[in-house]
Every structure is written in C-alpha cells, then in structure tokens.
Design a binder for this molecule. Structure first.
Ligand code: ADP
Length: 543
C-alpha cells in the first residue's frame, strides 16, 4: 500500500479547491467594492435626508410669515387718507396676525409726512407711536419708501420687504400704492421674537419630523442659533446644540441658522459603521465558505483514500484467499495421488490442509465481521465465561501452523483459575486469533511468540508479544483503522487485508474493554487486550 495517495485524484481535488477559493476571493473583492460604493451612497442619502428635513422646516417658517403677512398688511390705499385712519384700525382688528408684536401703518400724506401709527389691540384704534426703539426701527425701515414717495417714483408691483437692522424689532413692510402706483404709505408689523422661538419653531419641527424620520424624531437634535451664535432653540435642552448640517432661515430671522444633528451617529459614522458591519459579515461568510471548502476537500481526500484502500483490500483479500487454497489443493492432490503412503505423511498433509482452511475461515470471518460492523448489524452474545478457555482454544488451533513454521510459543498464565467475565467467546476468540496471526506474520526472522494472561485490578489482560518488525510510533494509532496497513519497511513482504486490528478493537470495545499497543520498529510489538471482569451485560448485544 502506498502512502503517497492517488496523485490524479488529489490533483483534481486541489484544482477544484483552488478554483473555488479564487472564486471566493473574487466574490469577496467585488463585495468590498460594492460596499465602498454603498458607503458613499448611504453617506449621501443620510445627508440628503437631514438636508431635506432642514429645507422643510425653513419652508414651514417661510409659509407661516409670508402669506399671512401679505394678507394682514394688504391695507387698501384709501384708508391712508387722513380721516380714514379709523378704517385701518378696523381692518387690523379683523386680522390679528399671530407672531406680530405690533401692527402699524405709516402715512406719507401731504400734511403728516411719515407719521407712524400703531394699532392698539386693547382699544381697537390707531394711536400715534411714542418715541421708542420700536418706532425708531419702523422709521428707519420706512425711509427708503419715504424717499420713493418724495421723488414721486411709481412702484409697479409692491412686495413685502423685511428689515432686520434692529434684531429686537424686526419689521415686515408692505408698501401701499394708489391707483397711479404712487406710494401712499406703508403697512407693517414688528415680529415677536419670543413667539418665533417658543411657538413657531417647535411647531414647525414637530410637524416635519415624522415625514423625514418615521422611526421616531428622537433620532435627531434640531437647534437654532441667532446671528451672534447664541443658542435660541433646541429639541435637546441638555445638549450642546452642535449641528452636523446647518441652513440659514429664509425671509425672516435671516441671520439665524437652523441646524440638525443625528443623535446617535453622524451620517459619516453611520455609513462607516454600516460598512464595517457589512464587511465583517462578508468576511465571516467568506471564512465559513472557506472552512466548508477545506472540509469538503478533506472529505474528498478521505473518500479518495478510502476508495484506494478498498481496491487494495480487494486485491489483498484475493491473494489471501488464493494462497491457502493453492496449498490445500496441492496437499489434497498429494493425498489423492497416494503420495502419502506413510501414515505420518498423510497426517502431516491433513494438518496442513486443516491449518490452511483455518486461515481461510479466519479471513472469511474477518470480512463477514467487517460487513456486519459497517452495517451496524454486528451482534454479540455475551455470557459469563472463562477467558482462559477461549485463549487455550484459540492457541490450540494455531498449534500445527506454529509447529510447521518453527515457532516457539511461550505461554504465561496464572495458576489459579480466573474469575468469569462476561464475554462473547466466538468474537473474543477471533480477536485473539487476529493478534496471534499478526504476531506470526510480522515476526520477520524471529520465531518466537509470547502470550500472557493476567488478572489485576478487576481486569483480565491478554498480551500477544512478538520480536518481529515492530510498528513506527506514528502508525500505532492508525493501524486500528479499517484497511490501514503500515506502508513502510518490511510490512511490504506480508500480504494482509488491513481488517484484523479494526475488528479486534471493535470486539474489545463491545466487551467494555480496550486494546493497547506498545512497539518499536525492529524490536517487536506487544498487543494487549484488557477486559473488565464485571459490567458487561448478559445476552445478545448489538455492536
Ligand atoms: P493486516 O495484518 O491484514 O494488514 P491488521 O488490521 O491486522 O491487518 O493490521 C494492520 C497493520 O498493522 C498491518 O498491516 C501491519 O502493518 C501492522 N501490524 C499489525 N500487527 C503487527 C505486528 N504484530 N507487528 C508489526 N506490525 C503489525
């Protein structure tokens, strides 16, 4: 038997492994490339969501002030006539814009040039504005329009204007023109800063969050800083108001900036974490696949080896069958032709025939044992029995063979009878037979076999010793595998099936015992079967 294996089979297995491995590496590389792309895409997507959210909040602010201011401040030009100022008050009474701390008109009439009149919601009248910061802010805001009126410049399509030079008094103005497009005055409002930060912003954020973060608004922190950088609003009062993305507020409070930050991770971190997670997963899957490949390769190698061993087994067994059959035929022919005239000769031939048939029987038994062990049908009939008797019967069957082959058999057994052990005498006998058979076959030039029977510590031990070719240390465990034969040294000279020891081990383990080997190449071997005296069940048992 050769240990080099089947080179074409092994090469095919390795080629398959290499191809599968390269494919795996390629798949992994493609996966990493697509993960890198995905990382970039998810970063952009993450930023796009945050950015979309900020735009939505900004739009909400714009739509709260813009159209409402347009409706509230669309005071008819005729109300700016000196006597009709009461009508402007009535007009404002019906409007009442939330978020304005003051509504006013400024008349550019000929008599009162630039008079600022505040609407007083308590009395429902227009009153002359006192000298105050508010009045100053309004006057400053109206100056450009006053100049237009002075220069009699027509204004085709007046539009809302926001003047925020005084951050405490931000003004929205609507220049009012008459039928000839001349400015007659300005209707306006002063924004309520508190309303902006404590009512409008929270409402706008609350209404936009579910649209962009359906899994819960807790995912982000929204904050607003004023022109000086002071934090004016945040959804996370305990936090520092940091923002990953900012946007100026349009139309009003334009010096304020609206910011948003992912509470758990920034889009960059999220993309990186996703990337890391997916990469780990891919590597893990690849490792599992590689592990599977290695296992498959090993299984293939094992199958290839087993197939080779089986074919060697068939050729070995065929030879093993042929040899005793040839001897039997020769001796039988001698007898038939009357070549054994002397009775001793006839007995000698008869003994040869008997010994060879015994070898044949043993081989056939081993093959049958293997097949029943392999199919799980091996049955043992355990009963209390005398191991000494089994040993004696087995050795008796060898007597003729040992004699003819010039062997010296040394038997060492205790004088007192052994306690009964629960054994299957047939199976145990065959196991001992296999050991003695091996001792004889692998004896090389030596012609000595020692058998020793002992009883100690609740165990009966049967040792079969030879001074033959021995077994290398590295092979001493594997020789118990079915079909395994040592491939080195003198063993090549001995034909065999590779079944004997695997059957010995199976039989001994079925008896609740174990088989041991101690051997040195060139010095010989000792095989020892150890069987417990108690503890084996009666009756048939499956092995
Ligand atoms: P077989 O002897 O038919 O090949 P076994 O299963 O009985 O099968 O033995 C397996 C192998 O163990 C043998 O091929 C041989 O290499 C080695 N072996 C078994 N017994 C001995 C021994 N007494 N001395 C040296 N080698 C042995």
């Amino acid at each position: 038997m050769s240990k080099r294996g089947d080179p074409p089979g092994r090469r095919a297995a390795w080629t398959g492994f290499l191809a599968a491995f390269l494919a795996l590496v390629l798949v992994l590389a493609l996966q990493v490339a697509s993960l890198v792309r995905l990382e970039r895409a998810s970063l952009l997507a993450g930023n796009a969501v945050l950015s979309g959210f900020l735009d939505a909040v900004a739009t909400e602010v714009l739509y709260t002030y813009g159209p409402a201011a347009e409706r509230t401040l669309d005071v008819p030009a005729s109300y700016f006539a000196r006597d009709d100022v009461g009508r402007a008050a009535a007009y404002f009474r019906r409007k009442d814009l939330e978020g304005a701390k003051r509504l006013f008109v400024v008349r550019f009439g000929d008599a009162d040039w630039g008079t600022v009149l505040f609407y007083d919601p308590e009395t429902g009248t227009m009153t002359l504005a006192p000298a105050s910061d508010e009045t100053r802010a309004v006057t400053v805001a109206c100056t450009p329009w006053k100049l237009l009126r002075e220069k009699a410049i027509a204004l085709d399509t007046p539009r809302l204007v926001v003047e925020e030079r005084d951050p405490a008094n931000r003004v929205i103005l609507n220049p009012i023109t008459d039928a000839t497009s001349r400015i007659v005055g300005v209707a306006g409002l002063i924004l309520d800063g508190d309303y902006f930060t404590s009512r409008l912003l929270p409402n706008a954020v609350r209404s936009c969050l579910p649209r962009y973060f359906p899994d819960g608004g807790d995912a982000v922190v929204v904050s607003v800083r004023d022109g000086s950088g002071a934090l004016r609003f945040t959804t996370d009062p305990g936090g520092d108001g940091r923002a990953d993305l900012t946007r100026p507020i349009p139309f009003v409070f334009t010096d304020h900036s609206l910011g948003v930050r992912s509470r758990t991770l920034t889009p960059e971190k999220l993309a990186r974490v996703n990337f890391g997670f997916n990469l780990t997963l891919s590597v893990l899957v690849a490792a599992l696949m590689a592990g599977g490949l290695v296992l498959a390769l090993r299984a293939t190698a094992r199958e290839v080896k087993l197939a080779r061993m089986k074919s060697e087994f068939v050729s070995n067994v065929t030879h093993e069958l042929k040899t005793p059959l040839a001897s039997i035929r020769v001796f039988a022919e001698h007898l038939r032709r009357g070549r054994a005239a002397a009775p001793e000769k006839a007995r000698e031939y008869g003994e040869h025939i008997e010994a060879e048939s015994l070898r044949l029987t043993n081989l056939v038994n081993n093959v049958l044992d293997l097949s029943s062990i392999e199919s799980g049908r091996k049955a043992y009939a355990f009963a209390p029995g005398d191991v000494g008797k089994v040993l004696a019967a087995t050795l008796a069957a060898f007597r003729v063979r040992l004699l003819h082959e010039g062997f010296d058999l040394e038997l060492d057994e205790p004088e007192e009878p052994l306690p009964a052990a629960r054994i299957d005498p047939d199976a145990l006998g065959r196991a001992i037979h296999n050991l003695v058979e091996n001792a004889v076959r692998y004896s090389g030039d030596s012609r000595w076999v020692g058998v020793r029977l002992t009883h100690r510590d609740g165990e009966i031990a049967i040792s079969v010793e030879d001074r033959g070719i021995g077994i290398p240390e590295s092979e001493q465990e594997r020789i118990f595998e079915r079909f395994h034969r040592v491939s080195t040294g003198l063993v090549h000279d001995v034909r065999g099936s590779g079944l004997g020891l695997s059957i010995v081990r199976h039989v001994v383990e079925a008896h609740g015992g174990r088989v041991e080997v101690s051997s040195r190449p060139g010095r010989g071997s000792v095989f020892t079967i150890r069987i417990p005296v108690a503890g084996v069940p009666d009756g048939p048992a499956k092995g």
